[in-house]
Design a protein around this ligand. Structure first.
Ligand SMILES: Cc1cc2nc3c(=O)[nH]c(=O)nc-3n(C[C@H](O)[C@H](O)[C@H](O)COP(=O)(O)OP(=O)(O)OC[C@H]3O[C@@H](n4cnc5c(N)ncnc54)[C@H](O)[C@@H]3O)c2cc1C
Length: 429
């Protein structure tokens, strides 16, 4: 395995693990703010910046060390360096002690992606940030403008708002989380507005620059295409990513990529070269760590010839995903709006968490469970959950979608009481 940076990749270093670690601390702060209604008078939460940074670093190091140890225990050689193809069966690796040539029978390309940086913005890692500068930031912002209201953007809003920053979100459309369930987006928008987040809807950022304001303060000015201007101490760009394929010299191996730089693959993750595989963000499927790792396992099975026994192809339409905001938002499979657009007959049932005792006990009745099923057969086709622990609860619907279970299978499961999962059974009725 060739790695130029940290074993475990972006998920360990910059993305999933550090972001969710900080969001967990932010969640503890938000939780403490709701505590009054639970019979407690006052809880003080002062953020310990060093303690928080140490915690993020410790979890990252632990994850990377565990992965490195696991690989070593399987006899994997880890070569530290940057690889590029030199032919259909060879790579050159630039290491600290020179260039090393490695030949292979089969190769897997899994070089991930990096933040997309438009030409109107020059991140400096100090005040103008990308997703890679935030977990944790060098200095906690007093105020921050988040540009981009997709999954990453809204997670930033939630985290910085939890830590007490004044947050403005630039939303290019009329809804945060474009493409997601409008009911879920509406609950999130309400939460943001309730926490004092400013939403600039229908605006696209066109410039982000550091300027000195009239009071002599060093600030960041974000200008939008509709003439609106926001001034905050920091800004963060969350407008997507680009694949790390441009420096691999793919042509030397005869591997094709599309106009966006992504490498097309078949259902076994094989590229146009039968002995070269691609997985993860560069495959242009779903940019999720969870998907990348399952693709990796499929590649391992295929390259070892194990796919000749009964084999289930990855169905990307059935991948569960979650947004770690307050409340959490998770979905899987067919969405209500998608079904209507396709003209497909569906049955949609929606149950608010407010009807379950556990949500009241937890003093957080926000959100709902929505299940989309086939009206003729009862087979579960998809669902979305907004509320506490949505990222965990969606696993039940994900399993039902993958295994073609019916709503009756869920209703007849003997679930725990009192538990948020009871809303799943109610929604399945
Ligand atoms: C802020 C943020 C939060 C996220 N949170 C989540 C989440 O909660 N859940 C989730 O499922 N997904 C999340 N994602 C997405 C997830 O991080 C990515 O989908 C995942 O990391 C992609 O994995 P990968 O293996 O394709 O690439 P990576 O994890 O990026 O790994 C690629 C590796 O290749 C190395 N590399 C690149 N080029 C070379 C080269 N030429 N030679 C040698 N090594 C090279 C890199 O150093 C890197 O270690 C998040 C993304 C962002 C931006």
């Amino acid at each position: 395995m060739i790695e130029r940076d940290v074993v475990g990749g972006a998920a360990h270093l910059w993305d999933c693990i550090p972001s969710k670690t900080m969001i967990a601390t932010g969640g503890a702060i938000s939780y403490s703010e709701r505590i009054e209604g639970m019979g407690l008078a006052d809880v003080t939460t002062a953020v310990d910046n060093d303690g928080l940074t140490n915690r993020v670093e410790a979890i990252k190091d632990r994850m990377s060390a565990d992965t490195t140890q696991l690989l070593a225990s399987q006899g994997v050689e880890i070569v530290r360096g940057t690889a590029r193809f030199t032919g259909p069966h060879s790579v050159a690796v630039d290491t600290a002690i020179g260039t090393r040539e490695i030949n292979f029978d089969a190769a897997l390309i899994a070089t991930g992606s990096r933040p997309r940086i438009p030409d109107w913005c020059h991140p400096d890692g100090d005040r103008i940030l990308t997703t890679r500068d935030c977990y944790p930031p060098r200095q906690f912002p007093e105020s921050i403008t988040v540009v981009g209201s997709g999954v990453t953007g809204v997670e930033f809003v939630h985290m910085f708002a939890s830590f007490g920053a004044d947050v403005t979100l630039v939303v290019s459309r009329q809804q945060v989380l474009p493409g997601k369930d409008p009911d879920a987006a509406a609950i999130l928008e309400n939460d943001f507005l309730g926490r004092g987040v400013r939403l600039l809807k229908g605006a696209r950022a066109t410039a982000i620059e550091r300027v000195t304001n009239d009071d002599g303060h060093d600030i960041v000015r974000v200008s939008c295409d509709d003439g609106r201007v926001v001034e905050t101490t920091h800004a963060v760009l969350a407008i997507g990513s680009v694949p790390n394929t441009d420096m691999l010299d793919l042509a030397a191996a005869g591997v094709e990529c599309d106009d966006g730089g992504y490498i097309p693959i078949n259902h076994h993750c094989v590229t146009n070269q039968p002995h070269i595989y691609a997985a993860g963000d560069i495959s242009g499927k779903l940019p999720l760590s969870s998907v990348a790792s399952v693709q990796g396992r499929k590649v391992a099975e295929h390259v070892m010839g194990l796919h000749t026994v009964e084999h289930r192809h990855l169905d990307y339409d059935k991948a569960a995903s979650a947004i770690f905001t307050e409340p959490e938002i998770a979905d899987v499979g067919l969405a209500e709006a998608e079904a209507f657009a396709m003209g497909r007959k569906i049955r949609v049932t929606k149950v608010p968490f407010a009807t379950t005792p556990k949500a009241l006990i937890n003093n957080d009745p926000r959100g709902f469970v929505k299940i989309v099923s086939d009206p003729a057969t009862g087979v579960v086709l998809g669902g979305s959950i907004v509320g506490q622990h949505a990222a965990e609860l969606i696993s039940v619907i994900a399993l039902a979608v993958t295994a073609n279970l019916t709503v009756t299978d869920i209703v007849e499961s003997l679930l725990v009481h009192p538990a948020l999962a009871e809303a799943l059974a109610q929604a399945a009725e």
